[in-house]
Design a protein around this ligand. Structure first.
Ligand code: GRG
Length: 305
């Protein structure tokens, strides 16, 4: 079966409902705002509920759905990846890193709570993510526990020194440097792609995917993981702060190598479209089971913020 046409209003409404489910699960997974010590819980909730698109949790849930998994099994991963993503944004915005004042359309965590609390809010989110993954319900059989552990290990690798952190290190070291197209791809796959890939692969593992579906979803994940950052580079060069909810044009100002600076705007856009086609082709054999993943691939590439 071929990939379907643009998302309909019905499917967009379904995505919106799923976002609300993710928000409710995140709310349940966190200590209340007034719990002791209130400052850290206020800071954690401030960033987590600042209006993120929830792309990563949606990918985890969609991958689980695609292989017939149950939402209650994929939701902890959905919450964990959004917590990790939010931690990385809080830390990335710190003066010692990207030094930004605006994120998700609001003042950054350190601007509101100070640097020490912002660092701790990131740490708290990262810690809670793995705590949540380790909270296996009473009575689970060995197979479900094994799947949870496999997804947690994948997640740990994705945010470690060969994934998110490694990518961030190379990104910092590359500022003002000329880097070639191959190095840029490696950097983007680590900094942005690894976590997105872990959402899809982890969701599929938790859903009990057979090896052939796991391979298909792996190809999908690899394509959208890179596409996400290519589009981010395009948006940074073409959209304003109001739409992005963060400072625009920062890459150019910081003389960062991006898909736009290395390949040019037109080629970067064409590459994103090619990656979207690759992702759609990978999930086409899943038919209607892959519809949500197909919608998300389009959303990632066609987004304006
Ligand atoms: C601090 C370890 C550490 C890593 C930071 C996330 C990151 C690595 C850097 C941020 C720079 C950046 C903007 C990268 C582009 C990819 C990205 C993470 C974009 C933001 O993700 P969205 O668009 O954001 O999903 P929302 O706010 O919708 O969740």
């Amino acid at each position: 079966m071929t990939a379907r046409a643009e998302p309909t209003a019905d499917r967009e409404a379904a995505l919106e409902r799923l976002r609300a489910e993710v928000d409710a699960a995140l709310d349940r997974a966190l200590a209340p705002e007034r719990a002791w010590p209130a400052t850290i819980h206020r800071a954690v909730r401030y960033s987590l509920f600042a209006g993120g698109k929830r792309v990563r949790p949606l990918l985890a849930l969609a991958a689980g759905d695609a292989v017939g998994g149950r939402r209650e099994e994929t939701m902890p991963l959905g919450c964990a990846v959004e917590m990790i993503h939010t931690y990385s944004l809080i830390h990335d915005d710190l003066p010692a890193m990207d030094d930004d004042d605006l994120r998700r359309g609001k003042p950054t965590s350190h601007k509101v709570f100070g640097e020490a609390i912002a660092i701790l809010a990131g740490d708290a989110l990262l810690t809670r993510a793995f705590h949540l993954m380790a909270e296996v319900p009473e009575g689970w059989d060995g197979e479900r526990v094994r799947r949870r552990l496999r997804a947690a290990a994948l997640l740990g690798e994705a945010c470690g020194t060969t994934g998110l952190i490694g990518g961030q290190v190379v990104d910092l070291e590359s500022e003002g440097q000329r880097i070639d197209a191959g190095t840029l791809e490696t950097l983007h796959r680590a900094k942005t792609g690894a976590l997105l890939e872990a959402c899809v692969r982890g969701g599929a593992i938790l859903g009990g995917a057979a090896e052939d579906d796991l391979a298909r979803l792996g190809r999908y994940a690899s394509a959208i993981g890179l596409a996400f950052q290519v589009v981010d580079d395009v948006l940074d060069a073409t959209e304003g702060a109001e739409r992005l909810g963060k400072t625009a044009g920062k890459d150019q100002a910081a003389k960062k190598a991006t898909y736009v600076s290395v390949h040019g705007l037109d080629r970067a856009r064409a590459m994103a479209a090619e990656l979207r086609a690759e992702a759609l082709a990978a999930v086409a054999p899943l038919g209607p089971r892959g519809a949500l993943l197909a919608d998300l691939a389009r959303l990632i590439v066609d987004r304006r913020s």
